[in-house]
Design a protein. Structure first.
Length: 282
């Protein structure tokens, strides 16, 4: 009975901690602590979370040290899918090294959504030009100042817009998309949501008999939706995906990580570390 009570208490404590919180520098200036929405300071758990699959709501990383990295290892290796947002400035070179060496290996295989600014993609591609295409479970990108550019490429010389097009795939650019689709010889499926009901965009439908695909643009619920799908698509599945794209908001996703730390927010023992994270043991 006492074992069950202990396990229940542990789960309740983890639920309390891993709601929506920030990881910040501890009040005394030494080490890291967590702060929940009510402003309550909490210590970072040292042991593994209960169960094999662990979900959380929202974690903002405003400070990083080895304790924070170990904590992220424990929760991210077992999470069912992560949504990521990076707000660190491009001028913070030490921070970007830590993001790439220590944090990115934890999310690369299970990142499913990405809130992505053009400058963030630029800096990530300095480490790996094909970084987006190498995320096997990435399903949705909420982008700012990015629009697919053709020809689609993700080599070192390609632009961020070309890399975005390679990953999944103004009015003038919409025409370019239509032209490239009609002449395409390889199939690729995607859904692109436009945030505004732009009067410059006109609904259309195109078909490519070589790839057996359809490209459509239409307005749904105040958004523009560009969809490239098989001509004989599974209607229920694609309808669900379209509804998900319309309703998706980064801040409302489960397992959302926001990285906001700067070079001045890096704790001792992080500079110069080049070894990547390893899977935690039970």
């Amino acid at each position: 009975m006492s074992d069950n009570a202990s396990e229940l208490e542990q789960q309740q404590q983890m639920d309390k901690i891993l709601g929506s919180l920030r990881i910040v520098r501890a009040a005394g200036g030494n080490g890291a602590q967590m702060v929940n929405r009510s402003g309550e300071g909490l210590s970072i758990p040292q042991g593994p979370p209960p169960g094999k699959v662990f979900d959380f709501k929202y974690i903002e990383i405003s400070y990083v040290d080895q304790t924070v990295i170990k904590f992220l290892e424990r929760i991210l290796f077992n999470s069912s899918g992560t949504t990521l947002a990076i707000y660190t400035s491009g001028y913070q070179s030490r921070s970007w090294e830590i993001i790439w060496q220590k944090i990115w290996p934890l999310v690369n295989d299970n990142i499913c959504g990405f809130f992505l600014h053009v400058t963030v993609l630029y800096h990530l591609r300095q480490f790996s030009p094909a970084i987006l295409r190498n995320c096997p479970n990435l399903r949705l990108i909420d982008s700012i100042k990015l629009f697919p550019e053709f020809p689609a490429e993700d080599n070192a010389e390609a632009s961020s817009n070309q890399a975005l097009a390679k990953c999944r795939y103004s009015a003038e650019r919409m025409d370019e998309l239509r032209t490239s689709f009609v002449t395409a010889s390889e199939s690729v499926n995607f859904i692109i949501r436009f945030l505004e009901d732009d009067h410059h965009f006109v609904p259309f439908e195109e078909e490519n008999n070589l790839t057996r695909e359809r490209l459509t643009f239409r307005f749904i619920g105040g958004y523009g939706l560009l969809v490239r799908c098989p001509i004989g698509r599974e209607e229920d599945k694609w309808t669900n995906w379209e509804e998900e794209a319309i309703e998706w908001q980064c801040c409302r996703q489960q397992n959302c990580i926001a990285i906001t730390f700067k070079d001045s927010d890096i704790g001792d023992g992080m500079v110069g570390a080049s070894e990547g994270p390893s899977e935690p043991t039970d």
